[in-house]
Design a protein around this ligand. Structure first.
Ligand SMILES: C[S@@+](CC[C@H](N)C(=O)[O-])C[C@H]1O[C@@H](n2cnc3c(N)ncnc32)[C@H](O)[C@@H]1O
Length: 442
């Protein structure tokens, strides 16, 4: 049935098909939960009852979301009325398994799904059987790339205004590929144990192969590395952070870029990492534990603040540190703002993004991003450096926000920008802009 690359990792590609009942049940429960109460897939993993999700469970759930629109379209065309969420979820998981099944295995997968449905009711067993067999038997209702790659038509239409046809096709194919994982080595030299880690064209980034996870996790636990896509190198590189500088990292959680800033400071200077109070802030704290141990002298403060809340703006100052006296004692040399965004540059990593996005997000988000950026500018000392970044490939959230900012703050100028497009760079998409205060640079 599949139209995805058959090199896609399959946890069932082990000769014969071995149904992993527990992984199926948990994948179905997770998809059902999403159907009842949609929430980010990243947050959903944290809800999986107690023990960590197995590789097969993850693979099934990611498969469901990667093909969400096509799978649901295929199902809805065959259903006179919506089934209960448990059955819808079961069929979605079966379709994810069928996506890489050969003809011999297809019957086994359907049998397996039908047996599961029969435990709920005989009628639902018959329904699952008829729907899944019908989908396999009949030609697909659409053949266009947007449908085959499960992208909403409105999003493809939108991208069509900015990207040429070949780029757009490459982007949609890219989004369907399972994401690669990279270790970002932040210390000098290279990992002591590089087993299973492949050097890449991006200095300091190693591709983690299947046998590389032990080495990668050991490096992360030492505080000298993090798991990060090469696209993330741009914001911190543009910031040009030097030891002894004062830096405020607004929107810091879960802390990938904060870690890079600690290393750029070489543990000397001041770093205030800020995000909204809540679970992500807890993750930020825990992700910084190892690097704190590495740089014991580091002046690093984590602060839970809504940076748009004027009442709390006191928290966004250097008063957390034993600041040296001076005119700009409350302001920072460098401000990094890695803004919340549509995530359109990381859809292969977060396949549910395209399911949750709505056209109105491209109006709402730039307003929020501009407000955050203006707030960030207020934390900067005269002559300082302000970096704005997103993991969006959409111009409204990138250059559009920067241009709007420059219209309001003519005392800043755009010094450099880095745009990453996945089909061109071979890594995640995103953008980073260096804005300098004209005080010293004009
Ligand atoms: C793209 S993520 C940051 C990723 C992070 N820089 C990293 O490298 O791991 C955006 C962050 O902005 C935070 N955020 C959104 N609105 C905020 C606000 N008003 N005040 C503080 N943080 C906010 C979100 O909680 C989220 O963690």
């Amino acid at each position: 049935m599949g139209n995805i690359n058959r090199s896609t990792k399959s946890f069932s590609d082990n000769g014969g098909w071995a149904p992993e009942s527990h992984a199926w049940d948990r994948a179905v429960a997770q998809v059902e939960r999403y159907l009842r109460t949609p929430s980010k897939l990243g947050d959903q993993w944290e809800l999986t009852d107690g023990d960590a999700p197995s590789g097969h469970q993850r693979w099934l759930v990611w498969g469901v979301f990667r093909h969400w629109l096509r799978f649901n379209d295929l199902l809805n065309r065959r259903l006179r009325r919506p089934p209960r969420p448990r059955i819808q979820a079961l069929m979605l998981v079966a379709l994810a398994e069928l996506e890489i099944a050969d003809a011999a295995r297809e019957a086994q997968v359907i049998h397996f799904a039908v047996e599961k449905a029969k435990r709920l009711s005989a009628a639902e067993g018959r329904l699952v059987n008829a729907v899944l067999r019908g989908i396999l038997r009949d030609p697909p209702p659409r053949e266009d790339l947007a449908w085959r790659t499960s992208h909403p038509d409105w999003l493809v239409e939108r991208w069509g205004k900015f990207f040429d046809e070949a780029s757009l096709a490459a982007l949609m194919e890219w989004n369907q590929r399972p994401a690669e994982h990279f270790l970002h080595w932040l210390d000098r030299g290279e990992p002591a144990d590089p087993a299973g880690l492949e050097a890449t064209e991006w200095a300091g980034f190693y591709r983690i192969t299947e046998s590389g996870w032990d080495a990668a996790m050991a490096a992360v636990q030492s505080g000298r590395a993090c798991i990060q896509d090469p696209a993330t190198r741009h914001p911190v590189a543009l910031a040009g952070i030097q030891p002894e500088e004062s830096v405020i990292d607004l929107c810091a959680a879960p802390g990938g870029k904060t870690l890079c800033q600690v290393w750029a400071l070489q543990g000397r200077g001041e770093l205030l990492a800020v995000d909204l109070p809540g679970k992500r802030l807890d993750r930020l704290r825990s992700n910084l534990r190892a690097v704190r141990a590495h740089f014991s002298q580091l002046a690093l403060v984590v602060c839970g603040v809504d940076i748009l809340d004027p009442v709390d703006s006191e928290s966004l100052s250097r008063s957390h540190f034993d600041a040296k006296p001076g005119a700009d004692a409350r302001l920072f040399d460098v401000v990094v703002l890695d803004a919340p965004c549509s995530n359109t540059g990381v859809i292969r990593r977060k396949p549910d993004v395209r399911v949750r996005l709505e056209p109105v997000d491209f109006e709402r988000l730039p307003d929020l991003q501009l407000a955050l950026l203006l707030r960030g500018a207020d934390c900067l000392r005269p002559g300082g450096r302000l970096v704005y970044s997103t993991c969006s490939i959409d111009t409204e959230e990138n250059r559009g926000v920067v241009d709007a900012f420059l219209r309001e703050r003519s005392d800043f100028k755009l010094k450099a920008e880095r745009l990453s497009f996945p089909w061109r760079e071979g890594h995640d998409g995103g953008a980073a802009f260096l804005l300098t205060h004209k005080y010293l640079t004009s």
